[in-house]
Design a protein around this ligand. Structure first.
Ligand code: NAX
Length: 328
């Protein structure tokens, strides 16, 4: 078997953690031949609960799980990690303004960015799931000047997977027949799920559906507001699906996207598609050898342009707000 991979997960005692840890430990990211060393970060009051989760991890007797370490000090937990999944964040409390939320999370992601900068392995990749994910990733990368910005991404894979599922249901296709889905922009209600480049069994999805009203009034809002619909139905926010998307994103980033397909990842904009640099924006990307590349040359019509610009504008506002708070 291969040498072990060190994977850090923050917010490990939370609801997403409760699904995510068991999938990582069972080999869902690196496969059955790579032992995993889990390094789990929590805030001090949650360490007791986290010990219980570790007991359950032990009880699974996963052959792929090499060791588990827990703690509340990012400098210790991130030491030598090859992959860091930043899931823990401050949830939005009732009456909290967006500025308050950015500030509370800023404190977490500045500290974690600095710690990763100082102690993570040279090949570290960092995926941010905790909200506001795009801007938390921006804060972390700005506080980790020695880690290339390309090593940070924020999760829009759940939105991507939701869009695939909705398109499959609409067309009667199997999810495996759908390729080239794209989520543009922010992991928020301004995100733009794009059917104009997606394919269903090799056919252009928008042409196949041939119903602009459905795309505008059903598909886009259903995908963008799916998180709220889950909360209404379940009484708690999406957790297993968010964990599954976190796994999908990490696996495809590290092991590559299939030939002829792409995935959505929020990454530091290089100016592609007119998206300003200095924001972490979701693009269609292909991955190979642990690196991603933005898919170039897609034709963008006015309908798409307007939506891509609106979600960029929201990210620019968030970037400016955290800049003013001195977080970046
Ligand atoms: P929970 O509140 O169940 O768990 C979060 C955990 O993070 C808690 O156990 C808390 O103690 C811990 N935590 C807080 N501050 C920490 C710190 N400084 N260091 C380490 N741990 C810390 O939330 P959960 O449902 O697991 O969701 C986690 C995050 O994912 C939230 O920010 C949530 O909004 C976000 N989501 C992001 C999604 C995405 O697609 N990008 C979708 C699902 C989810 O809403």
């Amino acid at each position: 078997s291969q040498s072990p991979v060190k994977v850090a997960v923050t917010g490990a005692a939370g609801q997403i953690g409760y699904s995510l840890l068991f999938r990582i430990a069972s080999g869902a990211i690196f496969g059955p031949d790579t032992p995993v060393q889990l390094r789990l970060l929590e805030i001090t009051p949650a360490l007791g609960a986290l010990e219980g989760v570790v007991m359950e991890l032990d009880d699974c007797a996963f052959t792929t799980l090499d060791s588990v370490e827990i703690g509340d000090d990012p400098r210790h937990i991130f030491d030598g990690v090859n992959l860091a999944l930043l899931v823990g964040a401050r949830p939005r409390a009732k009456g909290m303004e967006r500025g308050d939320l950015l500030e509370a999370n800023g404190a977490i992601f500045t500290e974690q960015g600095r710690a990763l900068n100082d102690v993570a392995a040279d090949d570290v990749r960092i995926g941010v799931t905790g909200n506001p994910a795009n801007t938390n990733a921006l804060i972390a990368l700005r506080n980790a000047p020695d880690i290339p910005a390309e090593r940070f991404s924020a999760l829009t894979r759940l939105d991507h997977n939701r869009a695939i599922s909705q398109l499959a249901a609409k067309t009667g296709a199997k999810v495996g027949d759908i390729r080239r889905m794209t989520i543009w922009g922010n992991h928020s209600s301004t995100q733009y799920p794009d059917l104009f480049h997606a394919e269903v069994a090799g056919k252009n999805a928008a042409d196949l559906i041939d119903d602009q009203a459905w795309i505008e009034n059903e598909f886009i809002p259903t995908v963008a507001k799916r998180g709220a619909a889950i909360i209404d139905a379940r009484g708690a926010s999406s957790a297993a699906s968010a964990a599954s998307a976190t796994i999908d994103a990490a696996r495809d980033w590290l092991t590559g996207t299939p030939e002829g397909d792409w995935v959505s990842m929020a990454v530091a904009s290089d100016g592609s598609y007119g998206v300003p640099e200095g924001v972490v924006y979701s693009f269609p990307v292909t991955c190979s050898g642990g690196d991603w590349q933005i898919v170039q040359g897609l034709e963008i019509d006015d309908f798409s342009r307007e939506r891509m610009d609106a979600t960029a504008a929201e990210l620019i506002e968030e970037r400016d707000a955290v800049g003013q708070l001195g977080l970046t």
